[in-house]
Design a protein around this ligand. Structure first.
Ligand code: PMP
Length: 288
């Protein structure tokens, strides 16, 4: 692992952040998870744009500006020295006295971690994930807007914890109205009758970069795809379903709450989109 911190890249084991950082004390900050494939950073500017929106939404200035942060990502990946990698880009409120008041923090802190990541083992991803509907709900936008990729991931962490305790791989998280929001760190897609559907951001989904890539690729493949409010019934009745995310990429869903989905795992649309995504990931991106 390599980490960019305070102007230089160090080994992961050497990177230190003060305990007074409000990112640690209060989860006050924003982040991005980004992948590199074949020495190119996949959709880097889309991630940076989302980071800028998240930062603006919580009144956080981007240290050095977005162009500087872009350079930091490339520098950290060069230091990692691998063709493929995963980048965790973090901006915290910075160090300050105890007490939640963000105005007491002197300056935001930028850090960038480059490493490898694997969220599910290959065998589990191949056979499809078992999901359970968890009791934890996604907060409403006026509580904590799920479109802001903030360091507040307790909601996702508790959803994942509940899913793991119940013997499942992953959590299906609903919003307060009982509609599907997303999984702990991934978006949900269902397909029925050849039509692909995913919940809109207004139902509590992050506007995932992988989700956006899949919607675009579907268009190019002539697969009808739309954003639509979905419930558990849409998942249980789906011909096929999958999760998308930078970490998970595209991974099929096998079951929900102990019930097997109806179709093959992976289904034909999932296979097509997985292949198209792999091609796209190898051809798109900012070289480093
Ligand atoms: N939802 C949440 C809550 C996430 O943390 C992530 C991972 N960033 C996603 C969805 C998937 O988004 P992306 O495809 O941009 O990684």
């Amino acid at each position: 692992m390599k980490v960019w911190l305070e102007g230089r890249v160090v080994d992961g084991a050497e990177a230190r952040v003060p305990v007074t950082d409000h990112g640690l004390l209060y989860g006050d900050g924003v982040f991005e998870g980004i992948r590199a494939y074949g020495r190119r950073v996949f959709r880097l500017d889309t991630h940076l744009e989302r980071l800028a929106v998240s930062a603006a939404a919580i009144g956080l200035e981007i240290p050095g500006g977005l162009a500087h942060v872009r350079g930091v990502v490339l520098e950290t990946l060069r230091a990692l020295g691998a063709d493929d990698g995963y980048v965790r880009l973090v901006i915290t409120r910075g160090s300050g006295p105890l007490g939640v008041d963000p105005t007491t923090c002197s300056e935001p802190r930028l850090l960038c971690i480059a490493d490898q990541v694997q969220l599910y083992d290959a065998e589990r991803a191949r056979r499809g994930l078992d999901l359970v509907t968890v009791s934890v709900r996604r907060p409403a936008p006026d509580v904590l807007d799920p479109r802001v990729k903030s360091l507040n991931y307790l909601n996702s962490a508790l959803a994942k914890l509940e899913a793991r305790r119940r013997g499942a791989d992953e959590a299906l998280i609903l919003n307060a109205a009982g509609a599907i929001a997303e999984a702990s760190v991934a978006n949900v897609f269902v397909a029925r009758g050849g039509v692909l559907r995913t919940p809109p951001a207004s139902d509590g989904a992050l506007e995932g970069v992988t989700r956006d890539s899949v919607l675009r690729l579907a268009g190019g493949l002539g697969i009808e795809a739309r954003e639509q409010t979905l419930t558990r019934v849409d998942l249980l009745g789906a011909d096929e379903a999958f999760l998308t995310g930078t970490g998970v990429r595209i991974v099929p869903i096998r079951s929900l709450d102990g019930a097997r989905l109806r179709g093959a795992v992976p289904g034909p649309l999932t296979e097509k989109l997985t292949a198209a995504f792999a091609d796209y990931a190898r051809s798109e991106g900012v070289p480093f």
